[in-house]
Design a protein around this ligand. Structure first.
Ligand code: UN1
Length: 507
């Protein structure tokens, strides 16, 4: 088999990335499949960040006045590039992030979907007309481009989450400055190259597009800090840990910039006795083991009703024992590697803590694959009595804590007792249970599902969560409003000047 590094280079070059960019720098890009170094990139310094932002500001001054449907045309062309390059880009996601091929391709599909959504949206950026209390007046809302947007993204969805932000920002009139995870810089370079092709196609149609509509900054957290503190960026959208959000949020607040935060999750599912257990098993297995437990939406806590606990656990254990762990490029493999050694160490620590609390751990051991620098693990099932300790922490690895419950109200209370509030689900065929779970007395998360696991959302809905998840909403529904500013306009088309609230002021 061709080495991962060689294949990575081939893919990047085929996607238009100049080979000279891939050597000579001191940021080592690695593939979790083997742990090998795949490229050495030059890091950007503070001056490079400042110049990217400056170009973004200049681009904004032009782009904001391009009609939104025309801006949508650029995003449509970008979607075409993604369609044409779905296979190589999806494979590159697999090589760089370690997800299985169908998930790598799925991530690119998610980018295509948000482009399609944004194209439609580009004709629907509308505000309300509101009844006024004054005669011969009209009051309306007007949505205008906000300014250049900073995007900080995580390794686990190295390209889709940027696309959620970028596709909307671009149709809303905002250029984007992107700081990808330093664990996944290569997919970002490939995406930037495809975006530049779309800009070229847009210009070839005779449309003007400024330079600097999209920039990628390669480097570590210091670049994220520079974006966060840059007064020229009125919005920073950041995806990552709650610890990162605690840094970014207050820094943005200090300069009154908008924060769109998509932080940690400690997502739960409740399995009730009435549930279709075949369906529940499949839903739980994908949500807990898929992407090797490295989604924000990964299922981490499972509450099973007493009556079905033993049979369901037996089946779940069999599924856990049989799932193929290994090279994500191989057909049949469902669980690829952890991103790096730090992820493996964190998983080991959490399992040790659980054992010390008397938990029964099945799985969790390292699987020999990919060589000494790659970290493959068998997903772990942890039967635990106490809703405490590691159960309340987001460990970005395939660990599923399983607890018993009897009353649905108790399971909901436990589910909501986590600090984060991203995603949740219930498996039940009882209408009352399903509706209670979705009601104001039910799940407190941004995403609450019935008979579907908590992960794998489609882009049409708003994505994000409450509490320590940060409160941001990205992708579908009305998430676009975060990328625009609202002006309330009142027009007087009469000859008198009546004042609101009956105030009199005659001069
Ligand atoms: C993330 O893990 O940051 O809902 C995003 C899902 C995916 C997106 C996850 N569509 O699981």
């Amino acid at each position: 088999m061709i080495s991962v590094a060689a294949e990575t280079t081939d893919l990047l070059v085929s996607l238009g990335v100049a080979p000279a960019r891939l050597t000579g720098g001191d940021l080592a890009a690695r593939s979790p499949i083997t742990g090998e170094v795949t490229a050495r990139l030059a890091r950007y310094d503070a001056a490079a960040v400042a110049s990217a932002t400056k170009r973004a500001v200049a681009a904004f001054l032009v782009w904001r006045s391009v009609p939104a449907p025309r801006r949508g045309e650029l995003v449509r062309l970008f979607g075409e590039e993604l369609r044409a390059n779905k296979a190589p880009l999806g494979r590159l996601v697999t090589l760089e992030a370690g997800k299985i091929l169908s998930e790598g391709l799925g991530e690119v599909q998610e980018m295509i979907d948000i482009c399609d959504f944004a194209v439609g949206l580009s004709r629907q950026l509308y505000g309300l007309t509101i009844a006024t209390e004054r005669p011969d007046h009209r009051m309306m809302e007007n949505w205008k481009p906000l300014g250049p947007v900073g995007v900080i993204s995580a390794f686990n969805f190295p390209v889709a989450v940027w696309a959620w932000n970028a596709a909307l920002a671009l149709v809303c009139g905002d250029p984007v400055v992107w700081k990808p995870s330093e664990k996944t810089p290569l997919t970002a370079l490939a995406v930037q190259s495809l975006f530049e092709r779309a800009v070229a196609a847009f210009r070839a149609q005779g449309h003007a597009a400024p330079d600097g509509l999209s920039a990628v900054l390669i480097g570590g957290r210091e670049l994220g800090e520079a974006l966060t503190d840059d007064p020229r960026l009125p919005l920073v959208s950041a995806t990552g840990s709650t610890a990162m959000g605690r840094e970014v949020g207050p820094r943005l607040a200090r300069r009154f910039a908008r924060a769109l935060l998509e932080l940690g999750g400690n997502n739960a599912a409740i399995v009730r006795a009435s549930a279709d257990l075949d369906l529940s098993l499949r839903g739980v297995a994908f949500a807990a083991m898929g992407t090797a437990g490295q989604r924000c939406t990964t299922l981490r806590r499972l509450f099973v009703q007493e009556a079905v606990y033993d049979p369901f656990l037996d089946r779940l254990k069999r599924a856990y024992a049989s799932v193929a762990v290994g090279d994500p490029r191989q057909e049949g493999v469902l669980v690829g590697p952890l991103i790096d050694r730090a992820a493996y160490d964190a998983m080991t620590r959490a399992l040790d803590e659980a054992r010390a609390m008397g938990a029964r751990v099945t799985g969790g051991e390292r699987v020999e694959a990919g060589g000494p620098d790659a970290y493959y693990v068998r997903p772990a099932l942890v039967e635990i009595d106490a809703h405490a300790g590691p159960v309340l922490t987001e460990t970005f690895a395939p660990i599923l804590y399983v607890l018993r419950h009897e009353r649905l109200e108790d399971a909901i209370a436990l589910q909501n007792a986590a600090a984060q509030g991203l995603s949740s689900s219930i498996f039940t065929n009882d209408l009352r249970e399903a509706e209670l779970f979705l009601s104001e007395r039910g799940s407190d998360c941004g995403i609450a599902n019935v008979n579907i696991g908590p992960s794998g959302a489609e882009i049409g809905g708003a994505f994000g969560g409450e509490k320590e998840t940060g409160g941001g909403r990205e992708a579908g529904s009305d998430s676009w409003r975060a990328y625009m500013r609202r002006a309330t306009n009142t027009v007087n088309y009469g000859a008198a000047l009546p004042l609101a609230q009956g105030v009199r002021f005659e001069v």
